[in-house]
Design a protein around this ligand. Structure first.
Ligand code: MRU
Length: 373
């Protein structure tokens, strides 16, 4: 558990930030990036990692919108969980006692939260799940509906932990007894309720006694690999090396990568997969070198409503993310930029999906359909 060595309340944009030092013996799988605390949500503000572990208390829906937008909380499943709690924070003080008036507010809150980040379908998935529960309870008193929404948010959170564990246990079977694994972005406890998706496979392979070594892509421009994945692997005591994103081809050509595992923000019905920018490049390189390319995907990340990857909205982020490093300009003042946060890996580049319902192999259109029917 966390031992508060220092307790420094700060006020940053009206949020309460509390800093703790984690005890060294804490393993990564014990990390809780999101926690419901009686009347508010506490998240680890991931923008401070790895330098400082800062917790941020979120008490209203606007604060959560901002936290999601600024990647204080990030990773597709974690965004879904955060949005579910924020939904409750948004509705809990609605005064209207008529269902019609309540419903107008519910729709407004759902649309607002949904506008924070467009690519990860887990966000919409969680909001839709709550909206349908509210609809199903429309004859009940409003206070009862509100309580049911909080219960559902907690259920979504707990379910995600169990799902990630299943993905890890199932997926680690695909990892040989000795393996060099390359991964991109952050898919661990920080990005989910607990354990992670692709990183859960890695944690569980390590726990099973396999001799693994992980190549951690730094993941430009926001460095989720070097800041977050390396931090989590370090806590778990898993051997790793940090590499720059463009080293991946060289590593594969030199025979230093046995398999690649990544997570996803959204899988289309045909298996096309959106994930952190640079994932597509890795998949092409994997194909060229005959290296298995696995995608760990909870069912909440699979969007059967979009036929192919062409229909997945790709978030574009601020130019400052690529024109500055740590506040220092690294490009001429007036420069045009293009900063997509995600790309789409075509289904044919993917060896298999690892889900909580098992391993899904090609043909994906057919097998994903079966999974949902
Ligand atoms: O922009 P981010 O950091 O939210 O992007 C996260 C990713 O791309 C992850 O790979 C994905 O959400 C899967 S997390 C289990």
């Amino acid at each position: 558990m966390h031992t508060p060595r220092q307790h420094i309340p700060e006020t940053v944009t009206a949020l309460t930030l509390i800093e703790f030092n984690l005890v060294m013996s804490e393993t990564t799988t014990a990390i809780q990036s999101i926690e419901w605390r009686e009347d508010h949500v506490r998240i680890i503000d991931q923008t401070f990692l790895p330098g400082r572990t800062v917790y941020c208390d979120i008490r209203d829906v606007g604060q959560m919108w901002d936290a999601i937008k600024k990647l204080k909380v990030r990773g597709a499943p974690a965004i879904g969980i955060a949005a579910a709690y924020a939904f409750y924070l948004g509705i809990k003080d609605i005064q209207d006692v008529s269902y019609a008036g309540f419903k107008i507010e519910v729709d407004r809150i759902s649309n607002y939260l949904s506008s924070s980040r467009p690519t990860a379908i887990n966000l919409k998935w969680a909001l839709d799940r709550i909206a349908s529960t509210i609809h199903a309870l429309r004859e009940k008193p409003i206070d009862e509906i509100k309580e049911s929404v909080l219960r559902l948010a907690k259920t979504i959170h707990e379910e995600d932990k169990r799902i990630c564990k299943k993905i890890g246990l199932e997926g680690q079977k695909l990892i040989p007894k000795e393996a060099n694994i390359l991964t991109h972005c952050n898919t661990g406890s920080l990005a989910t309720g607990q354990y992670g998706t692709a990183l859960s496979m890695i944690f569980h392979a390590h726990e099973a006694g396999k001799k693994i070594h992980v190549w951690v892509d730094e993941t430009r421009p926001l460095m989720q690999g070097s800041r977050l994945t390396a931090w989590e692997l370090d806590k778990a005591g898993i051997p790793m090396k940090l590499v720059i994103d463009s080293a991946a081809g060289h590593l594969m050509k030199s025979g230093k990568v046995d398999l690649i595992v990544v997570g996803t923000d959204r899988v289309a019905a045909n298996g096309d997969t959106a994930n952190k920018i640079g994932t597509y490049t890795l998949s092409v390189l994997a194909g060229a070198h005959g290296i298995p390319f696995y995608v760990a995907a909870p069912l909440s990340s699979i969007d059967m409503a979009v036929a192919t990857g062409d229909d997945i909205p790709i978030e574009e982020r601020d130019s400052s993310e690529i024109t500055t490093i740590g506040g220092t300009k690294i490009a001429p003042k007036r420069i045009d930029t293009f900063n997509p946060a995600f790309d789409v890996t075509p289904a044919e580049n993917i060896t298999a999906f690892i889900t909580e319902k098992g391993v899904i192999k090609p043909p994906f259109t057919e097998n994903l359909k079966k999974l949902f029917s």
